[in-house]
Design a binder for this molecule. Structure first.
Ligand code: MN
Length: 196
């Protein structure tokens, strides 16, 4: 059985940047639906984060659906951990590498927003690391995961309309600007610390 993470804060905790109703629907309906679909498709014991790399161990006629729904669970697990009512900046090795790669955190943020604006349709913008610790900001369509490309996702922002539409309607740019007062890099810093 595959499971979603427990939401690390109450539904209302990201107000007024992301409203309670959006978080509730996003977590309980969208996120959990990917988990339910995945569990209907397979009773595999392959760990969730290994599914993308080991997708050829699943029956060929189910691979597309399994990869899509596993991606949906993984990408949302990361997204909900990339947000927090108490925002935090990168620490330790990740902070050092962000400064080295982008100059400083503000420049990283500007680059991230610029990249996010280039995403067409539904998907996510990610901060990822390769296996040498090099950082990159990339867009992935729909529920694709960087794990399929040998990249470790550290932090992401969900850019599907369901992530912001109730409050921001078509103003994706406003969502992208506002969200930084609720972003957390604690999870990203931890993943990166263990990776390098
Ligand atoms: Mn979503």
């Amino acid at each position: 059985m595959y499971n979603v993470i427990n939401l690390p804060y109450p539904y209302y905790a990201l107000e007024p940047i992301i409203d309670e109703k959006t978080v509730n629907i996003h977590y309980n309906k969208h996120h959990k639906k990917y988990m339910e679909n995945l569990n209907k498709l397979t009773n595999s014991t392959i760990p969730l984060n290994q599914i993308p790399k080991r997708i050829d161990e699943f029956p060929i006629n189910k691979r597309g659906e399994i990869l899509y729904n596993a991606g949906g669970v993984l990408n949302h697990n990361l997204y909900f951990q990339s947000l927090n009512p108490n925002p935090s900046l990168p620490k330790g090795k990740l902070l050092t590498k962000i400064n080295e790669t982008f100059g400083n955190f503000e420049n990283f943020k500007t680059n991230f927003i610029t990249k996010a604006k280039l995403l067409k349709g539904s998907g996510y913008t990610f901060l990822v690391s390769d296996n040498k610790g090099n950082l990159q900001i990339i867009n992935m369509p729909n529920q694709e995961t960087p794990l399929s490309y040998n990249l470790t996702p550290l932090f992401n922002i969900d850019l599907w309309e369901h992530a912001y539409y109730l409050k921001y309607q078509n103003n994706k740019d406003e969502y992208l600007q506002n969200i930084w007062s609720k972003t957390s890099f604690d999870n990203a810093s931890k993943i990166y610390e263990l990776l390098i």
